[in-house]
Design a protein around this ligand. Structure first.
Ligand SMILES: *[C@@H]1O[C@H](CO)[C@@H](O)[C@H](O)[C@H]1NC(C)=O
Ligand SMILES: *[C@@H]1O[C@H](CO)[C@@H](O)[C@H](O)[C@H]1NC(C)=O
Ligand SMILES: *[C@@H]1O[C@H](CO)[C@@H](O)[C@H](O)[C@H]1NC(C)=O
Ligand SMILES: *[C@@H]1O[C@H](CO)[C@@H](O)[C@H](O)[C@H]1NC(C)=O
Ligand SMILES: *[C@@H]1O[C@H](CO)[C@@H](O)[C@H](O)[C@H]1NC(C)=O
Ligand SMILES: *[C@@H]1O[C@H](CO)[C@@H](O)[C@H](O)[C@H]1NC(C)=O
Ligand SMILES: *[C@@H]1O[C@H](CO)[C@@H](O)[C@H](O)[C@H]1NC(C)=O
Ligand SMILES: *[C@@H]1O[C@H](CO)[C@@H](O)[C@H](O)[C@H]1NC(C)=O
Ligand SMILES: *[C@@H]1O[C@H](CO)[C@@H](O)[C@H](O)[C@H]1NC(C)=O
Length: 401
């Protein structure tokens, strides 16, 4: 099927309503996620996203890693050592080194062993360098990695309010990070799989839309080695990781996009990324979207602004990935109005979350499905089968924004 029929959309909606309030206990192989919101000081949120992507588009070259100081990021509490010290780490599907020491200093225990190797990763507008250690890493009581290679920062910049990163991108992104060599560092997911703790090298992520600033409540769940059926609706559809560079180095896939009945682009490569706040489209596609919605650039936020009648007239923005259409509803296309102040916007204004990627189409990196997309769809990052899965969630059509 190339389009999801209206009937099945409606039935999904009613399932969504009935599931909407269910609260389930954290399954054993899962890690709870929290949001961290940092006002985009001196720059707009859109600029920060573009800086990250510019760095990523540097591709497989040395030091081409994303920015991590996005306005909205996700964190998890991760234990290192035995007894463990808890660190608050950013969850990043766009980089693959796990490291601590940006905030809380590394506390060595009997499980901590220096490898004698230097580690350095540059993320575009932030970076860290230090020493690589082997240590015990505890994600949950059931998810303990006995020998995880982690970075310990001696110097870091751009990681305000967090202690480091839990990198769950493709392992190849660790190339050139250790001793400036081609030694690769297995990710936490790789090691959980290798030591037999999980049946498949895969991580799944559920995010709920969030409209409250830093209230420390759980807004998401990362499940290792499986999926959590209480967090999605219907089937997960998988597509292969795209073969098109540069997207192929990340969690990249091919998709098409339509706004209402207008095609914005057909079968282009881009990425799914937890570290990007917005949905970004290559410049011509973005311009077409801006024109169709009537949005006008607001300089304070760097986002398109629309008025109430334009909001009422917003059409669905459909992303077709594989055989499924993933719709961004009217409400899913706007920034949470309760968070306008965070990004320099006025109360009562309406801003669109689709932004300019800052590059012409045709680079093999034509879009980014960031946080604004991932809070509406369940995502699965499957290293074993080199594929990405997506599914509808109880929040796909939520009127949260
Ligand atoms: C990495 O570099 C350090 C310091 O230069 C050196 O002592 C160590 O032997 C190197 N390790 C590897 C695996 O090359
Ligand atoms: C890391 O950040 C520091 C401070 O901004 C900067 O001087 C240095 O050049 C950066 N290193 C890399 C490799 O980007
Ligand atoms: C840590 O930083 C200090 C001071 O910049 C430097 O002398 C030292 O070599 C660094 N150590 C490591 C392990 O990177
Ligand atoms: C890493 O190695 C490359 C050449 O392989 C060299 O140009 C670069 O300066 C090295 N970087 C560091 C930080 O040592
Ligand atoms: C790592 O980088 C080197 C180039 O320095 C390249 O030859 C090698 O294929 C890369 N490895 C991976 C796994 O990408
Ligand atoms: C959230 O947690 C942080 C650190 O644990 C704390 O400083 C902050 O006050 C908490 N915020 C709320 C709203 O509870
Ligand atoms: C994915 O998109 C790129 C354009 O970005 C295209 O060249 C390539 O053929 C597409 N791949 C598939 C499998 O359709
Ligand atoms: C859309 O573009 C056309 C011509 O390219 C222009 O005439 C029209 O005013 C634009 N509409 C909006 C809402 O920007
Ligand atoms: C919204 O903006 C459009 C285009 O500028 C304008 O025609 C319309 O009158 C505005 N509506 C309201 C309610 O302000």
């Amino acid at each position: 099927m190339s389009m999801l029929p209206t009937k099945s959309l409606l039935s999904l909606l009613s399932i969504a309503v009935s599931l909407g309030v269910s609260v389930t206990a954290t399954p054993p192989s899962s890690l709870e996620l929290f949001t961290r919101m940092v006002p985009p000081k001196g720059r707009t949120m859109a600029d920060i996203d573009r800086t990250r992507i510019t760095a990523m588009m540097g591709g497989d070259k040395k030091s081409s890693f994303p920015v991590v100081d996005a306005t909205v990021t996700y964190t998890a509490n991760v234990g290192v050592g035995n007894p463990p010290t808890t660190y608050q780490l950013l969850i990043d599907t766009g980089s693959s080194n796990t490291w601590v020491g940006a905030g809380k200093p590394y506390h060595q225990t009997s499980t901590s062993k220096s490898t004698g190797q230097n580690v350095a990763v540059s993320y575009g507008s932030g970076n860290f360098s230090g020493r690589e250690f082997i240590d015990e890493v505890t994600l949950s009581p059931e998810l303990v990695i006995k020998s995880q290679s982690i970075g310990v920062a001696n110097f870091s910049e751009g990681f305000e309010g967090v202690d480091g990163i839990l990198g769950v991108g493709p392992t190849d992104l660790t190339n050139h990070t250790i001793n400036n060599s081609s030694l690769l560092v297995p990710t936490v997911t790789d090691n959980l799989y290798k030591q037999g703790s999980i049946p498949i090298d895969l991580v799944s992520i559920a995010f709920a839309p969030t409209t409250v600033e830093n209230d420390n409540t759980t807004v998401g769940l990362m499940t290792f080695g499986g999926t959590d059926s209480t967090r999605f609706i219907g089937d997960i559809e998988y597509v292969p990781i795209t073969q098109t560079p540069v997207s192929s180095h990340f969690w990249g896939l091919n998709q098409s996009a339509t706004y209402g009945s207008t095609t914005l682009f057909n079968n282009k490569a881009g990425i799914v990324d937890t570290g990007t706040t917005l949905v970004l489209l290559a410049t011509e596609y973005f311009n077409a979207y801006a024109n169709l919605t009537g949005g006008k650039m607001n300089d304070a936020t760097g986002l398109l602004e629309i008025n109430k009648s334009q909001y009422q007239n917003l059409q669905t923005l459909n992303f077709q990935i594989g055989n499924t259409v993933y719709p961004l509803s009217q409400n899913a296309q706007i920034w949470p109005r309760a968070l306008n102040n965070l990004i320099g916007g006025q109360d009562g204004s309406i801003f669109l979350i689709v932004s300019d990627l800052g590059e012409a189409p045709g680079t093999g990196f034509d879009f980014v499905d960031g946080f604004a997309f991932l809070q509406r769809f369940y995502s699965v990052f499957d290293t074993t089968n080199k594929q990405i899965g997506l599914a509808f969630t109880p929040d796909t059509f939520a009127l949260s924004n």
